[in-house]
Design a protein around this ligand. Structure first.
Ligand SMILES: [Zn+2]
Length: 305
């Protein structure tokens, strides 16, 4: 069996895939903080999900990991995973030694891209737009991840779109991420609510004008991201995913409406049929963990799914 571990800021979501890539078992445990905790809990998650799938650690053919931060897949090293308290960790080599099995690591958005591509049954080319605390995308072209030469492909959250906008954490001004991300919205909408973005959507539904403005800026920014992805890579499909996609049709339908509205103002944009090329990620599936498992390579070769 192949294992996939989606290592997030609070939990590790682990799945075991059988020979036909069916999900045999799923386990979730806390991530912990700092390199030692992350490594130990990744090992524990792998052992637990293998056991839940009816096998021991010896039955694991390969492990794939999706993790935030700057990931060097070829070296198996993750750097600057700030939310995990990890400055630098040779996660691939260290976990591989602990489990005695090959371990592949991927950026979390790239892993989710593979999972979405497979679970939606996509073919040819797709971009996965991750709308979460930040904004980034991954590309799957003919079943294979396209990372770019330095792993930067899809970092569209740092395309400046507003010369008069806010200074972004990256040092530039007016990045797309500063108008279309959960982190940006939470700063603009201080609230005691556990989920600020959900609170903005709820208040907007009730007619709060400030909430409506913020919601519409978010939706327009997401639509701009779809436009950028198609205009740069001309993918068949753009999948809307990430934490904000849990809003479901409340977010997705508005993005489609925004794309339709843009198409009516431009014959050129209209010809691209953007609204018919977006899909919502399957919300009930652990796509990031499944994608990590699909990326797991027993031979170290790049995987085509
Ligand atoms: Zn930026």
């Amino acid at each position: 069996m192949r294992l996939g571990l989606d290592i997030g800021g609070t939990k590790i979501d682990a799945v075991a895939l059988g020979a036909d890539d069916a999900v045999l078992a799923r386990v979730r445990i806390p991530t912990g903080f700092g390199p030692h905790a992350v490594l130990a809990n990744a090992q524990a998650a792998a052992a637990q999900v293998a056991a839940a799938a009816g096998g021991g650690v010896a039955t694991i053919a390969a492990v794939g990991i999706g993790i935030p931060g700057i990931v060097d897949s070829s070296a198996g090293v993750v750097r600057h995973a700030v939310n995990l308290g990890v400055d630098e960790l040779a996660l691939g080599a260290e976990l591989s030694a602990l489990l005695d099995t090959p371990v592949t690591i991927e950026n979390d958005v790239n892993a989710a891209s593979l999972g979405a591509y497979r679970m939606l049954g996509l073919e040819r080319s797709a971009a996965y737009l991750n709308l979460g605390t930040g904004l980034a995308a991954g590309f799957v072209l003919d079943g294979e991840l396209w990372r770019g030469v330095r792993g930067t492909a899809g970092e569209i959250g740092h395309i400046p779109i507003d010369p008069a906008g806010e200074i972004c954490a990256c040092g530039q001004r007016g990045c797309l991420e500063t108008v279309a991300s959960g982190g940006w919205l939470a700063r603009k909408w201080p609230t005691a609510a556990a989920l600020p973005v959900l609170d903005v959507f709820d208040r907007a539904d009730e007619g709060d004008p400030r909430a409506i403005t913020l919601r519409d800026q978010l939706v327009d920014g997401a639509a701009a991201a779809v436009r950028i992805l198609v205009l740069t890579v001309d993918v068949d499909t753009v999948v809307i995913g990430g934490g904000l996609s849990n809003l479901g049709s409340r977010l997705f339908d508005r993005i489609v409406i925004a794309l339709d509205a843009q198409a009516r103002t431009s014959q050129f944009l209209g010809s691209l049929a953007l609204a018919s090329r977006v899909r919502l990620v399957p919300l009930e599936q652990p796509i990031a963990a499944i994608g990590a498992a699909l990326a797991a390579s027993p031979t170290g070769e790049s995987i085509r799914i």
